[in-house]
Design a protein around this ligand. Structure first.
Ligand SMILES: NC(=O)c1ccc[n+]([C@@H]2O[C@H](COP(=O)([O-])OP(=O)(O)OC[C@H]3O[C@@H](n4cnc5c(N)ncnc54)[C@H](O)[C@@H]3O)[C@@H](O)[C@H]2O)c1
Length: 434
């Protein structure tokens, strides 16, 4: 089939490449010329394991193309996927749908023959109806479908190839069958293919993300209780997670959740519900608890360093919201680092995905090239992101400062082992080793 992906971000680029890999002709377009030029010259603009190689393979096979010519891309495709961002509007909880409707404007302008238009972007319930209304001048040319994407950054290719479910929201039988055909290589390998209404599909995506955010927030709050009551949160997670009604995933305590989805989608769900005069009080308190958590962790850092951050050397291991991605959106580091720097701390950070633009203007904040350079004179090492290379550091060898401390926000090390090595070690929801 001939596909056009509008928006070459984490979703558009990964799904476009994977669609090409299962035999489709895919044109990816983006208004960001720099991204398109990079892709044309063989450079992958995002950090996602395996993606670079897969792009190259399909580009050389002439199944995958990159362009900034929206008109040509639209005209040469049968199915158009909208994969642009849907961030939170500044100063509110509402979803900013301006990128979606700007894409629709282009689509309306250039479409001359019948197309299936698919929203892969996460959009509030009812957006498909609003798009249909927006495109009404050429109503007969479009069938609008919702096909939310569930891939996770860092595991995106695997998630696309082996999704737990593929959700298609459509009332049109013919278009639905076309989508089934498109996804048949994945369905044939066992992925669940699920048909619902367009509004249903839109809401499933928000409901899923809000529920996962709730799980994380719940276990993070329990970790606070564990710290005060001398219980190990990992026992609680295991004990709870072994119940098949609960399930063990997303039950690991850590920093506040971040990333490009949970923060904005929980807010988006609350604001959408408000328009329907529905109060989603559970999701509201999840948002509040998660925001409080960043402040709580900052207070802990302050306490660990004796309530005096002036000239204290703090080294961050990882600044992205999760490993195997370069995505910084809503990572806890974006609040922690500026705050600590303001209080006079000297910050180093190392992240395997590279230096971050976001910290370039922060006073006394420096990117280091590896773990050793980052940590050797640290007073406090903060493990923020669970990259594999942070899981077996010989701290005694790496750090020169004899009095260093470690605050492990991912519980990567055993408290007993750290005690044996005489390292001052703090983690999340686990009692100190006796
Ligand atoms: N990132 C994830 O892990 C993930 C997972 C599932 C769903 N989603 C959803 O998918 C959507 C996209 O997310 P993302 O992370 O890929 O976003 P992103 O910000 O990485 O990419 C969006 C891209 O769209 C481009 N763009 C914006 N307006 C455009 C236009 N009018 N024409 C052409 N290109 C345009 C931008 O330049 C950018 O490259 C969001 O709704 C998000 O919630 C994201």
């Amino acid at each position: 089939m001939k596909l056009c992906m509008i928006g070459v971000g984490y979703v558009g680029l990964v799904s476009g490449t994977c669609f090409a890999d299962i035999g489709n002709q895919v044109i990816c377009v983006d208004k960001n010329l720099d991204k398109i030029n990079k892709l044309k010259s063989g450079i992958c603009p995002i950090y996602e394991p395996g993606l670079s190689e897969l792009i190259k393979k399909n580009y050389l096979a002439k199944r995958l193309f990159f362009s900034s010519d929206v008109k040509k891309a639209i005209n040469s495709s049968d199915i158009i996927f909208i994969c642009v961002g849907t961030p939170t509007k500044k100063g509110s909880l509402n979803v900013d749908l301006s990128y979606v409707f700007k894409s629709c404007k282009e689509i309306l302008k250039h479409t001359k023959k019948k197309k299936i238009l698919v929203t892969k972007s996460t959009v509030p319930v009812g957006t498909g109806d609003n798009i249909e209304n927006y495109l009404k001048k050429k109503k007969k040319l479009f069938t609008i479908i919702s096909n939310p994407e569930f891939l996770r950054e860092g595991e995106a290719i695997r998630d696309f190839r082996y999704p737990d479910r593929i959700v298609i929201g459509s009332n049109e039988k013919k278009a639905f069958n076309t989508m089934r055909k498109l996804y048949s290589p994945l369905i044939n390998k066992g992925s669940k293919f699920f048909k619902t209404s367009r509004r249903g599909a839109e809401l499933i995506k928000y409901a899923s993300n809000a529920f996962l955010a709730t799980k994380i927030t719940f276990v993070n709050e329990l970790a606070n209780l564990c710290e005060k009551s001398g219980v190990n949160i990992e026992d609680i997670s295991l004990g709870m997670g072994s119940d098949s009604r609960i399930g063990g995933r997303f039950l690991r305590a850590g920093p506040a959740y971040g990333g490009s989805c949970f923060p904005k989608d929980t807010k988006g769900l609350v604001s959408t519900a408000k328009k329907y005069k529905i109060n989603l009080s559970v999701v509201k308190s999840v948002i509040k608890s998660n925001s409080d958590r960043v402040n709580l962790l900052i207070r802990r850092i302050d306490k660990i360093l004796g309530r005096n951050l002036k000239n204290k050397k703090i080294s961050f291991l990882g600044v992205t919201f999760k490993p195997n991605t370069d995505d910084m959106r809503d990572s806890s580091s974006l609040k922690m680092i500026p705050y600590l720097s303001k209080k006079g701390a000297l910050i180093n950070y190392y992240d395997p995905s590279g230096e971050k633009q976001e910290f370039k203007k922060i006073k006394n904040c420096f990117f280091k090239n590896n773990i050793r350079e980052n940590c050797y004179d640290a007073d406090l090492i903060i493990i923020l992101t669970e990259w594999d290379e942070f899981k077996s550091i010989d701290f005694k060898k790496v750090v020169k400062n004899k009095k260093f401390k470690v605050y492990d926000l991912r519980n990567l090390y055993s408290t007993e082992e750290m005690k044996l090595n005489k390292i001052k070690y703090y983690s999340v929801g686990r009692p100190l080793a006796k």
